[in-house]
Design a protein around this ligand. Structure first.
Ligand code: NAD
Length: 492
């Protein structure tokens, strides 16, 4: 049962500066629940002075935190995990309330965040460095060191999970972390901040700054911020990447997506129906891993029927959540109309779906399936970010792979088939960072890292897993000799 609890009064999203919750003195932005369209809170944006002061405090906290032994920092992360598990229902409710997703989806996102936290907790055992005698009497070793103050800018679509991709790893590695949540979903950040304070994180090690463009620019430009992680649309990812790297700082900016699924005639209809429908309807299509183009190869009518049936049964409010804003809702409605005008056949029209009776004012759109979409149309190329899938008919698998390869993004691609050879062909030829075989949402689970390629990611490495460690730290190489050796040479 998807029963969201609305707060009795509006929630304030404050800024966490030097361990204190402070009202931002720049603009105030209303937070609407996509369920009802009603205002449920306010984002109090930090002024440029507050951004500056906050980062100075983060900087002064970073020194002691960075020198705290890894095993001691890890104890705070253990406690953080316990608090998240204890409060998971409360946090899920706020995620669902401000984002519009189902409670079950909100909870699943927090569990995925906890997996990253568990990975961070295990660094004390996994990442002990290495040391060897590289020449007689000469030892060389790796030492991982924190960067100081690092920052992260996050999107609306996973208010807890996406921040949790970076918070546990960056903090465990000894950095002070400055977080700018989406102004559309800032309420969850308060709960995560409170959980870390309760876990014993020293004041100033976590900073939360609310705001939009000016706040992000203030963070990037601040001389004490050494690295910026970003997750959001490709347009903004590119801007943030360019601004950060122009200052000589490291940046890893994950962008948007247009994920393709290749459907072959030998695919199991039930597996395909469930996997593909759940991929484009989950979180109302507002996932960077959601399927949005179906490359239907040959006669796949049975499988498409199964997708339509599954999507039809995805009732709003119970099996599918809402769209983030009225503007985005209006955009999706008009995009469906434009696709229809461009000649697509609407196999399932989400505009006709029944809204949940208790949330009439919300931003609801049912699953939508467009068939016969042409390769160059908006529905084929643009990231719509809603529960809409565009079917492009392809005469063979090579044509399907060619279309997938030509798209500018590169987050995920999947294939549904019962033929191992064809599956391998797609896995090796798809131009995407994450590939699924009979999986609609091929999100790698820990310890496998998360990240796309092409316009889905600007910067080197992935945002989680092993690859993220070098992003959030410096690796120092220390070479030591204590005694003169007889065979001293230029290498020793
Ligand atoms: P967005 O790009 O609009 O916003 C992301 C963040 O950037 C927010 O915190 C926002 O306040 C800030 N921002 C907005 N405009 C800015 C500007 N001009 N300069 C600096 N900062 C700015 O993204 P969104 O709508 O919140 O999230 C949806 C997008 O995120 C989709 O494109 C989705 O695919 C993508 N996404 C990608 C991944 C991934 O792993 N690749 C994960 C989640 C979401």
């Amino acid at each position: 049962m998807n029963q969201i609890v609305f707060p009795s009064s509006q929630i304030e999203a404050l800024n966490l500066i030097g361990g204190e919750w402070v009202k931002g003195s720049a603009e105030a932005i209303e937070v609407h629940s996509p369920y009802s369209g009603k205002v449920v809170g306010t984002t109090y944006c930090a002024s440029s002075d507050q951004v500056d002061q906050a980062i100075l405090k983060a900087k002064s906290a970073s020194s002691a935190w960075g020198k705290t032994p890894l095993k001691e920092r890890t104890q705070i992360m253990f406690k953080f995990r316990e608090i998240l598990l204890r409060d998971i229902d409360k946090i899920s409710n706020i995620v669902a309330l401000e984002n519009g997703k189902l409670l079950a989806e909100a909870k699943a996102g927090i569990f995925k965040g906890i997996e990253v936290l568990e990975y961070a907790i295990s660094l004390q055992n996994l990442d002990s460095g290495s040391k060897m005698e590289v020449s007689r009497g000469v030892q060389c070793e790796y030492r991982r060191e924190p960067l100081g103050v690092v920052a992260s800018i996050t999107p609306f679509n996973f208010p807890a999970m996406v921040p949790m991709w970076t918070i546990p790893i960056a903090l465990t590695l000894g950095n002070s972390y400055v977080w700018k949540p989406s102004e559309k979903t800032p309420l969850t950040a308060t709960l995560i901040g409170e959980a870390l304070i309760e876990a014993g994180l020293p004041a100033g090690v976590l900073t939360i700054l609310n705001g939009t463009v000016d706040c992000v620019n203030g963070i990037i430009d601040h001389k004490d911020v050494s690295a910026v992680g970003f997750v959001g649309s490709s347009k903004i990812a590119k801007i943030v990447y360019a601004r950060t790297t122009a200052l000589g700082k490291r940046a890893l900016c994950l962008g948007g997506a247009k994920n393709h699924i290749i459907l072959l005639p030998d695919a199991d209809p039930t597996m395909a129906g469930t996997g593909i429908a759940d991929s484009f309807t989950g979180c109302a299509g507002q996932r960077c891993m959601a399927a949005s183009v179906l490359l239907a190869v040959g006669d796949v009518e049975k499988q498409i029927e199964s997708i339509v049936e599954r999507a039809k049964s995805t009732s709003l409010g119970d099996k599918m959540g809402a769209i983030i804003t009225k503007e985005q809702h209006d955009f999706l409605n008009s995009a469906i109309e434009r696709a229809k005008q461009a000649g697509a056949k609407v196999l399932l029209d989400g505009r006709d779906a029944q809204k949940p009776s208790n949330y009439e004012g919300g931003y609801w759109l049912g699953p939508t399936i467009l068939d016969g979409v042409t390769v160059d149309s908006e529905a084929s190329k643009v990231e719509l970010f809603g529960p809409i899938i565009s079917i492009i008919r392809c005469e063979n698998i090579s044509k399907a792979i060619e279309i997938e390869n030509a798209n500018e993004y590169g987050n995920a691609a999947s294939v549904f088939t019962s033929n191992g050879g064809l599956a391998e062909m797609v896995a090796s030829q798809a131009k995407a960072g994450m590939v699924g075989i009979n999986i609609g949402v091929p999100v790698p689970r820990e310890p496998f890292s998360f990240g796309g390629i092409n316009d889905s990611k600007f910067g080197y490495g992935d945002i989680t897993g092993e690859h993220s460690l070098n992003f959030w730290s410096n690796v120092k190489k220390v070479t030591t000799k204590w005694q003169m050796q007889n065979d001293h040479n230029w290498m020793s």
